[in-house]
Design a binder for this molecule. Structure first.
Ligand SMILES: Cc1ncc(COP(=O)(O)O)c(C=O)c1O
Length: 404
């Protein structure tokens, strides 16, 4: 097996606390190498951007290294990597910028599969511009987002299509390449939410055909930093609000205020960590990443099959979603208990899971779980192992109603 679960687990100091961390979809733990990279940046001394002294040059180098690392991770160009506090903030920024030219003749297409961070910024920007919003629908039983429906949703009026590469609630991976292709054919831009996708499989933004690809490093072993990747030529034509003296260049003009330089060192280290997961990989860092993330995808799929298979055998458990292609994220409910109560029970068993709608607001409505506390979410990431999955299954099995 290209991945060595024991070696990987030993990279993460937090995992030594005895808990099964199945909450990775809400944010992963960080390996020692990331913690060290952040500490090293502070130890070496950093200064603000563009100064005449070495500490300032070190900060500038951290920014450039980070752009190269994120570009390597998703197959983009470093000068098209916009860095910021998180995906939500960056998406609001892009929505504000892109919508300046929209009017009541224009349309925007969002999906009910998406996290609200790739829905509401577009809905609100469209409302300000007077543009029409159309929703791509999810099949409630399977959790599939049919790409074919975009033929009817799109027209020459469409300015932007926002869609997720993987659902953070039920894991569905829609045919993003097909959706982006249809958008492009109609002259619309595509904005792909890669926050849940990036940690689970290799990403190539060029092959996806995504005009914008958003990701968040804290979902893939890095610190709390977001990034949006686009082609520098596309960014060249966009003009966000900015301060008069701040850089007008691309991508800097999309970045507000001072970047968290030491955290950016952590982002680069997180990319290096991902690149190192398949120790047998060779070639460039990008080639290491593709090999490692391919291995991650198949390792996680094996664990996910066990997790889902186990849950599906329990009569008191209802799982959501049966899409043909999924990120390894299980969403379920337990008869007679609110999701929070299930999560509290599992916490007593030292198993971390999430409960609620996970901000997949539209999808929670489609699944009719919005008003009942959402669902329980257990997500696999590359540092989880069979032991974590078995503990979850044992904990959920204990919740079966006792025979009277
Ligand atoms: C699929 C998806 N999109 C967007 C977001 C928002 O990301 P951020 O916290 O970086 O704003 C999340 C966070 O959970 C997510 O899972």
């Amino acid at each position: 097996m290209p991945l060595d679960p024991a070696r990987i687990k030993s990279c993460y100091p937090a995992l030594a606390d005895g808990y099964a961390y199945l909450d990775g979809a809400a944010g992963t733990q960080v390996p020692s190498s990331v913690i060290a990279a952040i500490a090293d940046a502070y130890v070496a001394g950093i200064g603000n951007h563009g100064g005449a002294f070495p500490a300032s040059a070190r900060s500038d180098a951290l920014v450039e290294d980070c752009r190269v690392a994120v570009a390597d991770l998703v197959g983009g160009e470093p000068t098209g990597v916009i860095l910021g506090p998180n995906m939500t903030t960056l998406t609001y920024r892009l929505a504000d910028t892109l919508s300046r030219t929209w009017s009541h003749d224009d349309e925007v297409v969002v999906s009910r599969l998406d996290h609200d961070a790739n829905v509401r910024p577009w809905v609100q920007a469209a409302a300000r511009a007077g543009a029409v919003v159309r929703f791509a629908e999810v099949d409630a039983a399977s959790g599939e987002l049919d790409a074919g429906q975009y033929d009817d949703l799109l027209s020459e009026k469409t300015k932007l299509v926002a869609v997720t590469a993987a659902s953070n609630l039920i894991g569905t991976r829609p045919e993003v390449t097909e959706i982006c292709r249809r958008a492009r054919e109609r002259g619309a831009l595509s904005y792909v939410d890669g926050v849940h996708a990036t940690p689970h499989f290799p990403v190539d933004v060029v092959a996806l055909g995504a005009d914008f690809y958003a990701t968040s490093a804290y979902k893939w072993s890095g610190p709390h930093i977001g990034a949006v990747v686009a082609s520098p030529a596309l960014l060249d034509g966009l003009h966000p609000d900015k301060l008069q003296p701040s850089p007008a260049s691309v991508p800097e003009r999309f970045e507000r205020g001072t970047l968290p330089f030491a955290d950016l060192a952590g982002v680069s280290a997180a990319v290096d960590h991902l690149a190192s997961l398949d120790a047998s990989a060779t070639g460039t860092r990008r080639e290491h990443i593709v090999a490692s993330m391919t291995a991650v995808e198949s390792y996680e799929a094996q664990l996910f099959d066990i997790l889902l298979g186990g849950l599906d055998t329990m009569e008191h458990v209802r799982t959501y979603g049966t899409a043909s292609l999924r990120a390894p994220t299980a969403c379920f409910g337990v008869a007679g208990l609110r999701p929070r109560e299930v999560a509290e029970h599992l916490s007593r068993r030292r198993v971390n899971v999430w409960n609620g709608d996970n901000y997949a607001w539209e999808l929670a409505g489609v699944l009719h779980i919005r008003e009942t506390g959402g669902a329980v979410r257990a997500g696999i990431v590359h540092y989880n192992d069979r032991f974590d999955v078995d503990r979850l299954l044992e904990g959920v099995a204990e919740l079966a109603p006792r025979p009277v």
